[in-house]
Each structure stands twice: as C-alpha cells, then as structure tokens.
Design a protein around this ligand. Structure first.
Ligand code: ADP
Ligand code: ZN
Length: 523
C-alpha cells in the first residue's frame, strides 16, 4: 500500500517482507533503493540472478504513482507481470500482443492510481500518443530493463532503445533507473549518455561467480565428452548450448538414444513447443536442454548444475551470461567449453557476413573469446578483467588453477610491448603494435612515424603469432585494454604501468599453437 509521506527504506523493507516474503535486502539492493527513493537517477549493473527486479519493484510499490518499466522481450514482460500479480502487486503490460479493450482497462487502472508498475515495449512507449498518455499520469519513475540494449557496442543492440532519450526531454522531473547484467565500460558510458542521466548513482556489483568451476576442453569427440560428463553428473540438470538448430536436434537425439532425458530448444519451435520444453525443464522432468542461445533469457531455475558450450561462443559477454545460468543457488556448478580452432574459423566466416559496420568489432570480440579459450592463466581473472573488475588472486576453481601449465618470466616481453604502446601514444591497434615491435616497414608503420620510436624493432626476434599470443595474455591479465571506440587502440592500464616501472613480474605461457588451421582455409 502506498504511503503519503516520503517513503523510507524501512517501509521498503516491510514491502519486501509482505509481498516477497524476504527478510532483508541483499547488500547492494538496500543502497540502490535508497538512491531511488531519493529520486536520483540510478544505474544498476548486476549479474543475472543478482536481484535487479526487486530494486525497482519495491520502490514502485512504496512510492506514489506508476513506475513505467521498459523491457525488450514480450515473454520476459509477461513472466514478470505474472510474478508480480502472484505476489499481490498491481501490475500490467502493454505491447503488441495486448488487445484494445484490455489496453483500455489498463489505462483506466493507471488513471485511478491502482497500478504500481506498467511494463511496455520500447516500440509501444514511443508509439503515437503513448507519451501524451503518460503525461497525464503521476509517474514514480522510469525503469529501463536490459539497458545494455541501448549500446551498439553490446551484444544485444536494439535501435529503438536509442530513442529513449525522449523520456528525459519530456519528463525532466521523473527519475530514471537503468538496469543491466552487462558491465563493460563502453556500455556503461552509452547508457548514461544516451538516457541523458543526471549525475546518476552507479551501482556495480561484482560479476564474480566463484561457485562455477570453469573448464575448457579440446573439441575432439564432443558427443563422447558430453556423454561422459553427464555420466559423471547423474541426475543433475544442465544446458548444452549449440550454434545451430540442426546441431541442437542432433545432439539431443544422441543423448536420448542413451536414455538421457534430453530435448532440444530453438527459435524454430512453435511458442507452445518452446513453453512445453521450458516447463519440463523447470519441473525437472527433463534433465538436459540442448539449445541455441535463444534459450535462457529470463529463465529462473536456480538448480541448473552445469552448462556446456558445444561450440565456441561469439564473445565473452554471451559466454558469461550463458554460464551464469548455472549455480544460481550458489552451490558448486560447472561450465565446460569445447574449443577447437575450427570453431574460430566458422565463426569468422559467419561474422564477416554481418553488417560491415559491426564486423570488425565482432571479430575483435571473437578474438578475445578465442584467447580466453587458449589462455594459460586463471580463467576467472580473464573474465573479470574483461568486465573491468580485478581479482586479487587466482581463483583456484578453474582448470588452469587446478592444473597449471608451465610458464616463463615474460616481464621483459611485456615491458617491450607496453613501452612501444606508450611511446606510440597508445594509438596503435594490436596488429600495428606487433609490426612496430618486429620492425616492419609497412605503410601504417611509416606514415604514423612509428619507426622513429625507441622500441621500434625491439621484438624482431619473435614471429608474429608469438607476439599475438603474448599481447592477448597481457590483455587477459589486465595490463592493457582495447579502446574499441578509438580505432581499437591498445591502452595501458595502471597494472601495465606498474610492469613498465619494474614493480610487477609477468608470468607468461610459452606460445604453442594448439591446433593448426584446417587446410584450405586462411587464418
Ligand atoms: P535479476 O533480474 O538480477 O536476474 P531477479 O530479480 O530475477 O534477478 O532475482 C533473482 C532471484 O533472487 C529471484 O528468485 C528473487 O526472488 C531472488 N531475490 C531477490 N532479492 C532477494 C532478497 N533480498 N532475498 C532473497 N532472495 C531475493
Ligand atoms: Zn582460476
């Protein structure tokens, strides 16, 4: 029930107990809710399962007026609204699937102040007349769910999201809260800029999921590997992600042949078929789902014990989101990635056919994914570095930590690369940096004047691919990062500067190509 005076965190806590049955907020939730109740613009970056929904739903209940939630997926909207109603919170959604008479009853529920949350698709929000309708309501806030969709740097870009700046223009007094499970630097920047947020409070919760054991395995005999894995995890629920629909069906078929309760799931199924598979899985009637990445957004099943990637994912954002569906209950879980160089080749072919504007970005992201798979240092560190988070120690819960490869002291190599990057004013891409280190005399080197810098040719003793591997190890270790928005220039981090100043050693793995590229294809 709404309270007339400015609501407090205490009243929010009572709502949490009354409607959700939880005794307390998770640590960051309390701070976020205080920020929202203070009517501040707020950005929430929290991994899937972290509890983002509560952050805007509870303030929506305790505040006066309607909270308008922008959400990109009709299925997600429906689930959330049904869950809210089941908890006794007045909520509704309007999108293309809602009929006219129902829309009318929803709008009158808005006018009479009954509804606390109204979910809309961005298309609906921006459609003729809808903003005018909102102008006549008392609004508590706008909640922009899956806010990373606003960024063309992200993996889930929705052009309609970029129009959301009209909210700030037309409703300057209404606070905006943006929520996402994507935390990279560029996405964060885009969210704040494009939504025109006003000195927002930013809450970045750790993306670490220490209970997930990270494993990468060579991609030979994948079916055999999967069967063996399932045999060693009897009865445990899991998801296998495949690249194509066809492959989902084939793999699911092979599991069924062995008597495993498995089924496939992809966008080619009818909505009814999909709902059925999903429900069977939620009820534990199915042990294994073999799916394309179409499966998983908004799935709330806490006891998924493992996720297998049958193929290399296209980028680390996607990979991390998918493995994050395992172990949401906090109990030990496993993520296995099958990897072969052939996967990189086929993904490269696929990505090269995409929108040319995005091709280079996507190829660069694929490279980072490849380097994760080929890495020789703690895999969790690599993931967290990718999301600009640092882990003070190796994790002890990945295959590398458990079974470390032999390393050598790569400090000098790292210093050469870092020094060249700095002397080149941090404007060089990876390829150019390697050419400079190796003393090449091509157009890009000469026209940039890079043959004049002191470290030019300092790494001429090593072949290109070796440097390529070492530089990616440095990226993975957080000594440098790629500024996509500045022509893919390599930038040196504070950690990298410590290496340059001789304050930090850099262990590196000897470069050994794991597999040669298949004949007939160029790398
Ligand atoms: P997200 O949107 O970040 O993926 P959800 O909002 O779906 O996460 O929350 C994930 C799960 O955690 C849900 O089952 C939710 O009910 C539960 N949850 C959220 N907040 C709390 C809390 N304060 N105490 C206990 N459980 C919570
Ligand atoms: Zn580790």
């Amino acid at each position: 029930t709404p309270e007339p005076l400015a609501p407090t965190l205490d009243s929010a806590r009572r709502v949490l107990k009354q409607y959700y049955g939880y005794d307390q907020f998770r640590p960051m939730q309390g701070d976020i809710i205080e920020s929202i109740l203070g009517r501040q613009d707020t950005v929430v970056l929290m991994p899937t399962g972290g509890g983002k929904s509560v952050c805007f739903q509870v303030p929506a209940v305790v505040q006066e007026g309607v909270c308008v939630v922008v959400s990109p997926l009709i299925a997600l909207m429906k689930d959330q609204v049904e869950a809210l109603k089941a908890n006794g919170i007045p909520a509704a959604y309007i999108n293309s699937s809602v009929g006219l008479s129902e829309q009318q009853s929803i709008t009158s529920d808005c006018y009479n102040g009954y509804l606390k949350l109204l979910y809309v698709s961005p298309e609906k929000l921006l459609s003729e007349g809808f903003l005018t309708f909102l102008q006549r309501l008392k609004l508590s806030m706008f909640a922009i769910d899956e806010a990373h969709c606003i960024s063309s740097w992200g993996h889930d870009f929705r052009p309609e999201y970029t129009q959301l700046r009209v909210l700030r223009e037309q409703f300057p007094q209404v606070p905006i809260i943006a929520l996402t499970a994507t935390a990279d630097r560029l996405t964060q920047r885009d969210i704040q800029q494009q939504l025109r947020l006003n000195q927002p409070q930013v809450f970045l919760s750790s993306f670490d999921r220490p209970n997930i054991n990270l494993i990468v395995r060579p991609g030979q005999n994948r079916v055999g590997g999967v069967l063996e894995f399932i045999e060693r995890h009897p009865g445990e629920a899991g998801i296998i992600y495949c690249l194509s629909r066809k492959q989902c069906e084939t793999v699911a078929g092979k599991l069924k042949e062995k008597g495993i309760r498995a089924n496939h799931y992809h966008a080619g199924l009818t909505p009814n078929q999909r709902a059925k598979v999903q429900e069977d899985f939620l009820r534990d009637d199915l042990q294994v789902i073999v799916a394309t990445i179409a499966f998983g957004m908004g799935i709330d099943k806490s006891n998924v014990r493992w996720v297998i990637h049958y193929n290399l994912p296209k980028n680390i954002e996607g990979y991390y989101q998918e493995i994050g569906r395992a172990g949401r209950d906090g109990a030990p879980a496993t993520a296995v990635l099958f990897y072969s160089f052939g996967d990189v080749m086929s993904l490269r072919d696929m990505l090269s056919k995409d929108d040319p504007k995005l091709t280079q970005l996507n190829l660069t992201k694929l490279e980072r994914m490849q380097q994760f798979a080929e890495a020789a240092s703690c895999r969790r560190k690599i993931l967290l570095n990718y999301f600009s988070e640092t882990l003070p120690q190796d994790c002890g819960n990945c295959d590398i930590c458990r079974n470390p490869p032999t390393t050598f002291d790569g400090t000098l190599l790292a210093q050469k690369a870092l020094s060249a990057a700095v002397r080149g004013r941090e404007r060089m891409s990876i390829g150019l940096l390697i050419d400079v280190l190796r003393g090449m005399r091509n157009q890009a080197v000469l026209s940039g004047g890079y043959d004049q810098i002191k470290t030019y040719g300092a790494g001429a003793d090593l072949p290109y691919l070796d440097w390529y591997s070492y530089i990616h190890q440095m990226l993975n270790d957080g000594l440098m990062y790629i500024a996509y928005e500045e022509g893919y220039a390599l930038k040196v981090t504070d950690l990298g500067r410590e290496v340059l100043q001789g304050q930090r050693q850099v262990p590196m793995k000897q470069f050994k190509p794991a597999e040669k590229a298949p004949k007939g294809k160029k790398a």
